[in-house]
Design a binder for this molecule. Structure first.
Ligand SMILES: [Zn+2]
Length: 298
């Protein structure tokens, strides 16, 4: 009896997914995008940032995931003083090396691409650059509460990605770099970062660092996107972006960045919900549901 239970219980807890995959809840992802924007800009050290951190933690705890906060203090370039930052992490599914799905939740302190030069020193709202990737991952985590993933998954919401200055790679991705530096225990099998994935005219192509260091993972992702009929995915190599996948690549973890740098409102005051679309979040969410439950990464 004991022996049988040892075999049967894990199977009951984590069934291999048969038949239709769970749906991605696109309206729910959109609610998470709006909810983050209601806090205003989420610049490290601000009230909006503090309130959003609490929202992320509360939302992930409610899913029953194993939540870990990773706080750290640092002074980003151009900030007058040190600020508190926090990576918010949650584990789901069986034990073992997880598939890490990451997004940054901080928003940029400057609208340095805004056409109005008098407003470039004001913070952006970051509906797309900040809230979109997080919104997809929160809705996915809520799906895990009702449909436990058959593989180990770690959701990682990184702080301090977007406070850097151009020409200085080390000034970006502060949270993911801190995470990789401090990580103890099992390294992720792979990492997939989603960033700026909510734009109305979403276009995702093969980011260059990902393509150079993890081409097989890009092959797999773009093949699945095509099989699923996801129109936003264009199977060609485009630009290179220093994003939260780079610290993982530097540690030898295969990592891909799904990022839309075609977004015309990038780092401007027009990065608002009106420039985004639920349908775009749905395309990314559908892909991630397929990767987690569909067996392509087994
Ligand atoms: Zn940005």
């Amino acid at each position: 009896m004991g022996r049988i239970l040892r075999w049967v219980l894990p199977l009951l807890a984590f069934p291999a997914w048969a038949g239709d995959l769970p749906d991605f809840d696109t309206p729910r992802a959109w609610e998470h995008l709006i909810a983050q924007c209601r806090f205003g800009p989420r610049v490290p050290g601000s009230e909006g940032h503090r309130r959003c951190a609490a929202y992320l933690e509360e939302t992930l705890r409610a899913t029953g995931g194993d939540v870990v906060l990773q706080p750290f203090r640092t002074r980003p370039e151009g900030f007058p003083e040190e600020v508190e930052m926090t990576n918010v992490l949650a584990r789901f599914g069986p034990s073992g090396p997880p598939i890490l799905l990451g997004a940054h939740w901080d928003t940029r302190r400057w609208a340095d691409e805004d056409p109005d030069s008098t407003r470039r020193d004001e913070p952006i709202l970051g509906a797309n650059d900040g809230a979109s990737g997080v919104a997809v991952l929160l809705a996915l985590a809520e799906r895990f509460a009702t449909a436990p993933p058959p593989v180990a998954v770690e959701i990682a919401l990184f702080d301090g990605e977007d406070q850097g200055s151009h020409g200085s790679p080390e000034s970006w991705c502060l949270g993911s770099r801190e995470h990789v530096r401090r990580r103890v225990g099992t390294a992720p099998r792979i990492a997939i970062i989603v960033d700026i994935v909510g734009g109305e005219d979403l276009r995702i192509c093969r980011e260059e660092y990902s393509e150079t260091y993890a081409p097989w993972l890009n092959d797999l992702i773009f093949a699945r996107a095509q099989a699923l009929g996801l129109q936003a995915f264009e199977d060609r190599v485009c630009y290179s972006v220093y994003d939260d996948h780079v610290p993982f690549l530097e540690r030898g973890v295969p990592a891909v960045d799904l990022v839309d740098m075609h977004f015309p409102q990038w780092h401007t005051h027009e990065d608002v919900p009106g420039s985004c679309s639920p349908e775009s979040l749905g395309q990314i969410g559908t892909l991630l549901v397929d990767l987690v439950y569909g067996g392509a990464l087994d």
